[in-house]
Design a protein around this ligand. Structure first.
Ligand SMILES: Nc1ncnc2c1ncn2[C@@H]1O[C@H](COP(=O)(O)OP(=O)(O)OP(=O)(O)O)[C@@H](O)[C@H]1O
Ligand SMILES: [Mg+2]
Length: 230
């Protein structure tokens, strides 16, 4: 579904990705793991056209993707960044409506995202800044779903959240997985990531250093220790 082949990218003079290659398959969940600064977020930003690629090839459903974030979103990839990027001056309703207006017209409607996250329904009139971290993450995911993606990409969806909210986000992503939505999840939370994922890749210094199944890495304490410091 999504293929990166020998991709280089970075920030100005600083090259961060060195021959990044990975394949995310349709109907599956892939976790991207790795230590701080390994290049996980850089990989996602490069996929989304937010950073210039200096070498290599990225294909979505067999077709090359160009470097325009809006076009990439229109093609069917929704991205929830680490920063969540809620519009703070807009209410929950406005945040959702804005996305529905730009990208709507698929199976995901306002009603359906509120069914998934009833909590947001109680917060419709609240501004983005009045939300808890967990509510902001729910809003960010709800907004991504309103784009009717075929691939949902999440950067550290559990970062800074209380355990009970982490569990809730886990259950909701599990529901989406059961419906067949393809996902790529970057996570520091090893248990969270490997319980959701089918496939796992580990990034070290801007390239893939390990790949296998979630079950394999759960049973492989050497790899966990060496590349993740778990
Ligand atoms: N805006 C930036 N400008 C310059 N260098 C950056 C920038 N953002 C990240 N880097 C560098 O790129 C490297 C990879 O960063 P990246 O954010 O991809 O790591 P990560 O794997 O997502 O780590 P974390 O788990 O901390 O989120 C790091 O060395 C980081 O310092
Ligand atoms: Mg990161």
């Amino acid at each position: 579904m999504l293929e990166l082949a020998a991709v280089n990218s970075g920030y100005g003079e600083t090259q961060v990705l060195h021959g990044m290659s990975l394949t995310a398959r349709a109907g599956r969940v892939m976790a991207i793991l790795g230590r701080n600064g390994a290049g996980k977020s850089t990989t996602l930003k490069t996929i989304m056209g937010l950073l210039p690629r200096t070498a290599g090839d990225i294909r979505f459903e067999g077709q090359p993707i160009d470097r325009h974030p809006y076009e990439i979103a229109k093609r069917g990839i929704a991205y929830v960044p680490e920063t969540r990027d809620i519009f703070p001056s807009l209410t929950v309703r406005e945040n959702l409506e804005l996305t529905a207006k730009r990208f709507g017209g698929g199976g995901w409607t306002m009603d359906r995202v509120l069914e998934l996250f009833p909590r947001l329904g109680e917060r419709m009139a609240n501004g983005g800044t009045q939300l808890s971290g967990g509510e902001q993450q729910m809003l960010a995911i709800a907004r991504a779903l309103l784009m009717n993606p075929r691939l949902l990409i999440l950067d550290e969806p559990t970062e800074g959240l209380a355990p009970i909210i982490v569990q809730l986000i886990h259950d909701k992503l599990q529901e989406l997985k059961a419906e067949g939505l393809s996902m790529i999840i970057v996570e520091q939370n090893f248990g969270f990531a490997t319980s959701l994922a089918d496939d796992v890749v580990v990034v070290g210094k801007g390239q893939i250093v390990w790949e296998g199944s979630a079950a394999e890495i759960r049973a492989d304490s050497d790899t966990q220790h060496r590349w993740l410091g778990v």
